[in-house]
Design a protein around this ligand. Structure first.
Ligand code: GLY
Length: 426
């Protein structure tokens, strides 16, 4: 009999994880909570209520949980299920601090020689003002805790950094834990993989597009699109392994972390050197929407291997070519937006496009918007430009009132990543 798994999450990432697992397990074995309007087998569970999750798993004879977002991990879902027969993929609460505390993560990086920008930690805003004036701008201010992508201020001047402090004060008061680090301008790349605590195996390098508008302008969002693989020269890939991935693994082992799950390296490359900006302890959204379709290997086998400590035995295979994800959002996002708009045209997309729902709901046989990020359209082709054409043609067939998307996904010039260049430009 096939095993059953529960995926936690409601966005495009959860849909992509469930889709990939269902390829080998079948939809009837992949439960999702709370899901969205496009995910089969979705259940309206509160994913911060671990007792309710346990009862649900017992009732449906589910043996494994795949956690999409960071909150349940930082709240200790792995610790909660530790002595039960239900296995949870992910780090325990202590290891999840690599994402839930930016100061903890930076101290870990420094301790284990992971290359990262210099930083200083603060526990009051007033103590940081002189520091900012001395440094003269080009700084990044980061709130210590989880802030749903809204706790990072990338500043080009001392005034901007001081304004970031004002915003932190408004939200959290004067007594707030945060850090200030040197800004590293360069090319950003997401490297996401799995660990069983013994090895780290990475998937294809990918890139997301965080800003709302073309040319990386406008406010930060959860992610407006992504593509993979991002072409990286062999030298830079080796630099990432030597100065980021390997020391991280050493740290995980020496700290004695219980970490069996997804690990995400948010990296900046400048002058041929890779710097770690941040860890996340889960898949990126929207990176998952391109990485999981690009992965040929069975995701359930990978998850099992992480939990059993034999990840090194997995045979990794990736589909050739490029994968592009375009996110369709509601007008007004990432600020205020309306919901309840009917989404039309989904039936007009052919089998060449994967649709991962995010902020959608099903009502009376119709699919309606229910969030800021509404739909992910994913296309594949052997050339990046052909995949882009497919995805943008598909977007023209979809309609909902106020629909908006970026027109330049996958078109960044990644000069730093290909600098030492033994690879073909795309
Ligand atoms: N795409 C960035 C993130 O998931 O945090």
């Amino acid at each position: 009999m096939k095993p059953k798994i529960l995926v936690l999450g409601s966005g495009g990432r959860a849909h992509a994880i469930a889709w990939k697992l269902a390829l080998t397990l079948g939809h009837e074995h992949v439960y999702v909570a709370p899901g969205n309007g496009g995910i089969p087998n979705a259940y309206a569970l509160d994913i911060s209520d671990f007792e309710a999750i346990r009862s649900f798993c017992i009732k449906h004879r589910i043996g494994m949980i795949f956690v999409g977002p960071e909150q349940p991990l930082s709240e200790g879902i792995v610790d909660f299920f530790k002595d039960t027969s239900i296995q949870v993929l992910g780090p325990d609460k202590q290891a999840a601090r690599l994402e839930s505390s930016k100061i903890f993560a930076k101290k870990f990086m420094k301790k284990y020689g992971v290359r990262t920008a210099d930083f200083q930690a603060f526990d009051r805003t007033d103590k940081a003002r002189d520091f900012i004036r001395e440094k003269q701008g080009n700084l990044v201010v980061k709130f210590d805790g989880l802030a749903g992508g809204k706790g990072v201020y990338v500043c080009s001047s001392a005034d901007e950094a001081l304004e970031a402090l004002n915003e932190l004060e408004k939200k959290y008061g004067k007594k707030v834990r945060f850090l200030i680090e040197d800004k590293i301008p360069g090319d950003e790349v997401s490297l996401i993989g799995f660990t069983d605590g013994r090895v780290i195996k990475t998937l294809l390098p990918s890139q997301d597009h965080k800003q709302l508008l073309d040319g990386d302008r406008g406010p930060n969002t959860g992610g407006m699109g992504a593509y993979c693989p991002v072409k990286i020269s062999n030298e830079i890939m080796q630099d990432i392994r030597t100065n980021i991935v390997e020391p991280t693994l050493k740290g995980i082992k020496e700290e004695g972390f219980h970490y069996k799950g997804v690990i995400y390296f948010g990296i900046m490359v400048k002058d041929g050197k890779a710097y770690l900006l941040e860890y996340n302890v889960r898949f990126g959204d929207p990176e998952a929407q391109v990485l999981l379709p690009s992965l040929q290997t069975d995701l359930y086998a990978v998850a099992e291997a992480c939990l059993n400590g034999n990840l090194s035995e997995i045979r990794w295979a990736f589909h050739p070519g490029y994968f592009v994800d375009l996110v369709l959002v509601s007008e007004g996002y990432p600020g205020k937006y309306e919901t309840g708009k009917e989404i039309k045209g989904l039936e007009r997309l052919d089998g060449q496009i994967l649709i991962f729902h995010a902020g959608t709901t099903k009502k009376n046989g119709k699919i309606l918007t229910r969030g800021g990020r509404v739909l992910n359209l994913v296309a594949h082709d052997y050339e990046l430009n052909d995949a882009l054409k497919k995805v943008y043609n598909a977007a023209k067939k979809i309609y909902f009132e106020g629909m908006f998307y970026r027109k330049d996904i996958g078109q960044r010039k990644n000069k730093e990543l290909i600098k030492k260049g033994n690879i073909k430009k795309t």
